[in-house]
Design a protein around this ligand. Structure first.
Ligand code: GRF
Length: 215
């Protein structure tokens, strides 16, 4: 099978990017990362990409008058790398409908909560404030609803009595670095597709909360 071509979008540290780079380099994922694009010039993930010999591009939202204008240019930049999968890995931007439509079924996101719980920001603190005893992370297809597309895979972590948002985030991150490469691997093996409002893995419809890692 021809390796997938990925474009990864980031805004920050890029630890999920690193996990995907490592899985591509080890052969675990049959894919090449064609480029890493950031909306922030100082994102550490850009360093990780450079160290891995991956092309980088910075497109600052501050240089554009509107979200539409930014996303139109972002689409152009993504297109120059001709990816078959766009991976959002901590890309802290709300996307316009035209960008989402263009990559329908070909764009993934990772969100640090057990969706549909806690769409949006500050998920770890919200789980603590709600006194949840279980929290986690979801990988999902991107649709026009923020953090609302079909869920593919979730991993759970316990919330401990003395957790802060930071300690809980670290526990969640460890799971992120396992499940995101796994989902990218499935997609790259052409085992994963998006239907109207659910994901399909190995020709089976996944439940609303996706598959669970570990099974
Ligand atoms: C992760 O917590 C991810 O769930 C969220 O943004 C964060 C990105 O972290 N979408 P990193 O840049 O991959 O380290």
């Amino acid at each position: 099978m021809v390796p997938s071509r990925l474009v990864v979008l980031i805004s920050g540290s890029g630890s999920n990017l690193q996990a995907i780079i490592d899985a591509c380099n080890s052969g675990e994922i049959n894919a090449n990362i064609a480029a890493v694009i950031s909306n922030k010039a100082d994102a550490y993930g850009l360093e990780r990409a450079k160290q891995a010999g991956i092309a980088t591009a910075v497109l600052s939202h501050k240089d554009f008058d509107s979200r539409e204008a930014y996303d139109a240019q972002l689409m152009n930049v993504i297109d120059t790398f001709a990816p078959n999968l766009v991976v959002l890995a901590g890309f802290m931007r709300i996307l316009t409908p035209s960008l989402v439509q263009k990559f329908k079924g070909k764009m993934l996101n990772i969100h640090p909560s057990l969706l549909p719980k806690y769409q949006g920001l500050n998920t770890h603190q919200r789980a603590i404030d709600a006194k949840d005893d279980v929290h986690g992370v979801s990988v999902h297809f991107v649709t026009e609803e923020l953090d609302g597309g079909p869920v593919i895979l979730q991993a759970k972590v316990p919330v401990l009595a003395d957790d802060t948002a930071d300690t809980l985030a670290k526990r969640v991150h460890a799971q992120e670095h396992i499940i995101y490469p796994l989902v990218v691997k499935w997609f790259s093996e052409q085992r994963l597709t998006m239907e109207a409002d659910y994901a399909v893995l190995d020709e089976k419809q996944l439940p609303a909360h996706g598959a669970h890692y570990p099974e």
